[in-house]
Design a binder for this molecule. Structure first.
Ligand code: CA2
Length: 151
């Protein structure tokens, strides 16, 4: 069974504690439980991580590229948080790793402030998902499963 890496960036550990109107009331532990169910449905193994540190996210993306090349990883679901809008380094890491990656946002970033409309991740992502709340994580995992095992 292949693994899916679900990688969460800065401040996503605060989910459920503030801004429920934007991000909902559920916690990151709830997101992990939802991802676990989605992976089980699709015969995938979940690797779920969160970091507030850009370099840690980059190390995880590079590791994912090696795992995909070795045939053990289906791909990555990345919610890079605010790094989406700022990080050339994360964009370079995704490109360099050659990993299949779905960019994910809980909120519809295009219906929010202008600075959230630009993403450094989108040009190097296989697909982009935004605005489905935390259910988007399950949809992104289903999308990766479809890419890996079409039909
Ligand atoms: O909608 C998303 O998932 C975002 O990636 C979330 C980021 C934001 O900077 C992006 O523009 C869109 C923010 C994550 C911080 O999440 C918090 C959750 C609860 C309380 C405070 C922050």
């Amino acid at each position: 069974m292949k693994t899916v890496l679900v990688l969460n960036g800065p401040n996503l550990n605060l989910l459920g504690t503030r801004e429920p109107a934007v991000y909902g009331a559920q916690t990151l532990a709830d997101v992990e439980a939802l991802c676990l169910t989605a992976c089980a449905t699709h015969g995938l193994v979940l690797d779920f991580r969160q970091s507030n540190h850009e370099g840690v996210l980059i190390d995880a993306i590079q590791e994912a590229g090696r795992a995909q090349a070795a045939g053990t990883l289906a791909g990555v679901v990345l919610n890079a948080g605010a790094y989406t809008h700022t990080s050339v380094a994360i964009m370079d890491a995704i490109k360099g790793a050659g990993v299949t990656l779905i960019e994910l946002h809980i909120s519809n970033v295009h219906a929010r402030e202008a600075f959230r409309h630009h993403s450094y991740i989108s040009p190097v992502a296989k697909a982009v998902m935004a605005g489905f709340g935390i259910k988007g994580y399950a949809l992104a995992i289903a999308g990766l499963a479809e890419l890996t095992q079409p039909g």
